[in-house]
Ligand binder design. Structure first.
Ligand SMILES: *[C@@H]1O[C@H](CO)[C@@H](O)[C@H](O)[C@H]1NC(C)=O
Length: 432
């Protein structure tokens, strides 16, 4: 209403031929200033140095006798993915689990085939547990109109949104967003490492990441962050930020780093909320998200009251079906909002590939422990060592797939990281 009056006023000024009037200029100046001040609210101080460095930047002699954390590697798979699952487990075995022997929990929404059980059990030297996703977690909830949802998914699929035409894909995203954390098979664990079929590790992981997460007070670790395909979740940011406001949750620097302040001046800014990826005030989300097919994280964070209440709200909304909300953007917005920035860790030293995207660090100069007998069981050749490298025996020459610089939260990068893409970003010290 206010801005209608403002508009009328401007029109009146124009009719009177007052384009050059000081009042008009004052209004324009005020609007500009307002936009600048508004932008400042989302400013994230650029850290003077890296605040989230890798736990180790050279190879370590794996400590095979140290106590382990209460943790499991978890893979959701289908029987027909036996070969892809085997490749992932074999790669993790060779680069990590042959020394650390964390149990692997396999989850399926259907009965396991003997072939899958035998093949995967034989691929890991650690304990393998074959369990199930409860049927109720893989069905439409009762508040979803199935006819509607199916029509909507069909339309999404036809418009070319990746996997959006597949009903099970929607169930899976919803499962990984919330019910995953309640699964009986994971109740006894505190930590999980999510593993997917058809991924590949390209560096030796010679320390226990769970242990380091605990030691450094971290709760969420990732390897790759990228921008979401925008059509999968047009209303997700609005729903999450509405919940955030209702719960009176202050903005962390990580939350602000994902927000693009609107350049439209008050009081017109609110109208921007009609567009997708905008909150009720009209500010936008850049869709940068941690790629959740790799996660090393604290189950208690996601089982906690705050996260579960956010998930319930999103689940009731139906966006897992009427849109194609992925668990990655859901996890990301929640972690950036509810965790302290210094509790988030980028595993810049872990070489990882899924689909066509990968992260592969350069090898640390002088840090490859060439005479280590233990490490030679993983690999005896590796890519050249490079200044600034943080990897251990990484092999990633000649890859054609896309090398993702691992962060899209550009606002959080220390200035000297621009030339060192594999170094880590970030973290506002105010919360440290
Ligand atoms: C996996 O293999 C081990 C040793 O070969 C065996 O003791 C165990 O029972 C097997 N587990 C399953 C689930 O088949």
């Amino acid at each position: 209403m206010l801005h209608h009056r403002l508009l009328q006023r401007l029109q009146r000024l124009r009719r009177r031929g007052l384009q050059n009037s000081p009042i008009l200029w004052a209004v324009v100046l005020a609007a500009l200033l307002e936009v600048v001040f508004h932008g400042f609210r989302f400013r994230v101080p650029v850290p003077p140095r890296e605040l989230d460095t890798p736990f180790y930047t050279t190879c370590q002699e794996p400590d095979v006798t140290a106590p382990r954390e209460n943790a499991a590697i978890v893979m959701l798979a289908r029987n027909e993915e036996v070969e892809q699952a085997r490749r992932s487990v074999e790669s993790l075995e060779r680069h990590f689990n042959q020394w650390f022997k964390y149990p692997i929990v396999f989850l399926n929404d259907e009965p396991w085939s003997d072939e899958f059980i035998q093949t995967l059990n034989a691929t890991t030297s650690a304990e393998a547990i074959f369990d199930y996703v409860p049927k109720k977690d893989w069905l439409f909830p009762e508040w979803i109109d199935q006819e509607d949802a199916k029509a909507s998914m069909k339309a999404q699929g036809e418009s070319g949104i990746l996997y959006a035409g597949k009903e099970t894909y929607h169930h899976m995203c919803r499962f990984f967003s919330g019910y995953f954390y309640q699964v009986e098979a994971l109740k006894k664990y505190k930590w999980y490492w999510r593993l997917e079929p058809d991924v590949e590790f390209s560096c030796a992981i010679t320390y226990d990441p769970f242990r380091e997460m605990v030691r450094h007070n971290k709760i969420y670790g990732f390897t790759i962050a990228l921008f979401e395909e925008k059509r999968t979740c047009p209303s997700l940011f609005r729903k999450v930020s509405d919940w955030k406001e209702a719960e009176n949750i202050p903005s962390t620097s990580m939350w602000n780093a994902g927000v693009t302040a609107s350049w439209v001046p008050w009081p017109f800014r609110g109208h921007m909320s009609w567009f997708s990826h905008r909150d009720r005030h009209g500010d936008g989300w850049n869709t940068c998200h941690y790629w959740s097919n790799f996660e090393i994280a604290d189950l208690d964070f996601f089982r906690g009251e705050k996260y579960q209440s956010l998930f319930q709200k999103l689940d009731k909304d139906g966006g897992f079906y009427y849109e194609r909300w992925g668990d990655a953007p859901v996890h990301t917005l929640a972690v950036n909002m509810l965790a302290k920035p210094h509790q988030i860790h980028h595993f810049a030293d872990i070489g990882y590939r899924h689909d066509t995207f990968y992260q592969c660090p350069a090898n640390a100069p002088g840090g490859q422990l060439p005479e280590s007998k233990t490490l030679n069981s993983a690999k005896e050749t590796w890519a050249p060592e490079l200044e600034g490298g943080v990897g251990c025996r990484c092999e990633c020459d000649g890859r054609k797939s896309l090398n993702i610089p691992s962060y899209c939260h550009d606002k959080l990068r220390a200035p000297n990281t621009m030339r060192r893409p594999w170094s880590t970003w970030f973290l506002s010290w105010i919360y440290a």
